[in-house]
Design a protein around this ligand. Structure first.
Ligand SMILES: Cc1cc2nc3c(=O)[nH]c(=O)nc-3n(C[C@H](O)[C@H](O)[C@H](O)COP(=O)(O)O)c2cc1C
Length: 184
């Protein structure tokens, strides 16, 4: 059945396409550490495990990540909603966000950037390719180590739709039996 559709501003299509979930990117460089909130990321390859993302050059995190060539992508759940928003609305140039938001910086295994204990999962990353950084602020990372809490299997993650509003992951729908094995 065809749906009636209205013209829609192309600058707002993020409401439908923005990849989720919202993540927290932690970084460290020369004695400084920081966290930023991020929604603009995408899986690019499974093996090696590649993730691409935009870190705006005006963000304090940009220089820490660019110079250290590392970061940790941390997965928060709804328990951290206000903190996720707070971290995305202040700059590490002014405050230590681990202290300000009462988060625990835990040593990573393979990178110097700390992982955030309170998050459901932590993905240690190294820059794989910086060819698009100058032009698009687009970093291509390889995930070199992953830490994931075994439960819950489907954590309640945040998905940003712009304008200060998030949706929350919820109902689980499985069509596993319809997939070719190599597509799983
Ligand atoms: C929900 C949300 C999603 C965001 N996604 C991104 C993103 O993908 N890339 C980006 O550069 N900034 C993003 N931001 C903005 C940064 O988190 C924000 O500018 C932050 O203050 C940067 O911190 P820093 O200057 O300490 O690095 C987002 C903010 C929020 C609240």
């Amino acid at each position: 059945m065809a749906k009636q559709k209205a013209d829609f501003p192309v600058s707002d299509i993020r409401r439908y396409l923005e990849p989720g979930p919202i993540v927290l990117v932690s970084s460290a460089w020369r004695g400084e550490r920081n966290i930023m909130t991020m929604g603009w990321h995408t899986v690019m390859e499974f093996s090696p495990s590649l993730v691409g993302c935009v870190i705006a050059s005006g963000n304090h995190s940009f220089d820490l990540v660019r110079h250290s060539r590392q970061c940790v992508i941390n997965l928060p759940t709804t328990a951290l909603t206000d903190i996720v928003v707070g971290i995305g609305n202040c700059s590490g140039a002014d405050v230590d966000k681990f202290d300000k938001f009462g988060l625990t910086a835990q040593p990573s295994h393979k990178v110097k950037a700390p992982l955030i204990t309170e998050c459901h999962a932590n993905f240690e990353c190294r820059i794989k390719d910086d060819a698009l950084v100058n032009r698009y602020n687009f970093f291509i990372f390889e995930v070199v180590k992953a830490h994931v809490a075994p439960r819950p299997k489907h954590p309640q993650t945040l998905h940003y739709t712009g304008d200060g509003v998030f949706t929350v992951s919820g109902k689980i729908v499985s069509r596993r039996n319809l997939f070719r094995p190599e597509m799983l």
